[in-house]
Design a protein around this ligand. Structure first.
Ligand code: HAM
Length: 425
């Protein structure tokens, strides 16, 4: 036997049991997003590499080290998208739906980053993302954060903390950056290798270091909050007021700087202490400069993305109950006459909105009942020579083993009652 091929490292198969949990999260998220007037947009998985360098930033970890980039057969430099914001802005400019317009959009799908895989961190992962354009005021920032809070409630999740910070405008961040570099230069001896590397390229990211030995020097660093321009400070205060009024608890984290360069003013993360090192379940913020930076007419914007793998894992840890997609009943067919009628009977039941798995490929009673058990259905509908003759069906409850016979003409009504599934058109 030749050696079996395995999946690419950091890229996971989602098997049916896991998919059911995902479908529940996706369906709930769709409901929540639609309740706020957000509309779906579907974007390509591959974009020109330049798009990400110009938006996420050429000196970020993502662009420097983590992108799946390649030359295609016509020599074009392309990248598997590491995130969704850049593509969404690109699509907005290209299709002309950003200028002087308010847009509330969402998307879902796979993203790719060549990171070191570990629990909660994968090379192919999935996001549900939101991007809203055309509103500069902090009511929008509050709305998208409230939308997250509603999603956690709808999924029955608790224990998520909202970390909030403001990065101010690009100008005040540049002034802060110079002061930060001066400070860290004076502390050079205490910096680890990673931070020394970041000092020249992306000094704000030093604040994000998880190295315990660095925490004292970081704690004493000048704070960005104190360098905010007046308008950004007022924006941040108002956002805090809106959130407190909505009953959303805030943890202000002046060290929250994010790993993508396009943010201005509001940045936030929803974190949990239940997932180990990969604690951010959702992250986002405002990016008022990005549309112009990518060649569009200026348009303010804000958004976030939920990490699906982390969210689903958190749901599993909480022992969530999600509705499965198993059939309502399994049709057991015994003998030629039953086999002749079976597929048509199953179709009639499906026409009435029921989920029916029908035995295929023959087999005796025992084998078919085993398949019925495995299908997850609660009821088996037995059709044999007698039932065909009397136009009846024997219904077997697979949990308690009880059996009864009913006329085929009453079957749909009874199954609707038993499964409480309504008739779909
Ligand atoms: P991000 O913080 O890079 O932001 O990713 C958002 C979320 O995606 C993270 O909080 C995490 O839950 C999940 N995530 C990121 N990387 C991985 C990974 N390697 N494995 C598993 N999950 C991961 C963005 O992507 C921005 N585009 C969010 C945004 C939208 N900002 C404004 N609009």
């Amino acid at each position: 036997m030749s050696k079996a091929i395995q999946a690419v490292r950091g890229m996971n198969d989602l098997l049916p049991d896991v998919c059911e949990r995902w479908q529940h999260v996706e369906a709930t998220a769709r409901e929540v997003l639609h309740a706020y007037g957000y509309r779906e947009i579907r974007l390509p998985v591959i974009e020109k590499s330049e798009l990400f360098a110009r938006s996420i930033g050429s000196l970020t970890d993502i662009v420097e080290k983590e992108m799946y980039s390649f030359e295609d057969r016509s020599g074009e430099n392309l990248t598997l998208r590491p995130e969704g914001t850049a593509g969404c802005v690109r699509a907005g400019i290209e299709n002309g739906f950003l200028h002087n317009q308010i847009q509330r959009l969402w998307y879902a799908g796979p993203m790719f980053r060549h990171e070191r895989p570990q629990k909660g961190r994968y090379r192919q992962f999935h996001q549900i993302g939101v991007e809203a354009f055309g509103i500069e005021s902090p009511d929008l920032d509050a709305e998208i954060i409230m939308m997250c809070a509603r999603l956690w409630r709808a999924l029955g999740l608790d224990g998520l903390t909202l970390q909030l910070n403001s990065l101010g405008t690009l100008e005040c961040r540049m002034a802060y950056r110079s002061e930060l570099v001066r400070y860290f230069e004076s502390q050079r001896g205490k910096l680890d290798e990673d931070s020394l590397r970041r000092l020249d390229k992306n000094p704000l990211r030093i604040l994000d270091s998880k190295n315990p030995a660095m925490q004292d020097v970081i704690a004493a660093a000048p704070s960005l909050m104190e360098h905010l321009d007046d308008a950004s400070r007022a924006h941040f205060t108002k956002l805090g007021d809106y959130l407190r009024q909505a009953g959303i608890a805030i943890t202000i984290n002046p060290r929250l700087v994010r790993g993508l360069d396009y943010y201005t003013r509001t940045v936030f993360e929803w974190t949990t202490d239940r997932l180990g090192a990969q604690s951010a379940v959702c992250a986002g913020g405002r990016y008022d400069g990005l549309v112009e930076q990518l060649g569009g007419k200026p348009a303010p914007a804000a958004g976030f993305a939920v990490g699906m793998e982390r969210l689903v894992e958190l749901m599993a840890l909480q022992g969530d109950k999600h509705p499965g997609t198993h059939p309502d009943a399994f049709v057991v067919l015994l003998g030629e006459a039953a086999e002749k009628q079976g597929l048509a009977l199953a179709e009639r039941l499906r026409n009435a909105g029921l989920r029916i798995e029908c035995n295929c490929g023959g087999g005796g009673l025992k084998a078919q009942l085993k398949r019925a058990d495995r299908s997850g259905a609660r009821l088996a509908l037995l059709l044999g020579d007698d039932e065909v003759r009397n136009a009846s069906v024997t219904i077997k409850d697979l949990r308690d083993g009880t059996q009864r016979s009913i006329a085929q003409s009453e079957l749909i009504d009874l199954l609707h009652k038993e499964t409480s599934r309504g008739i779909t058109p």
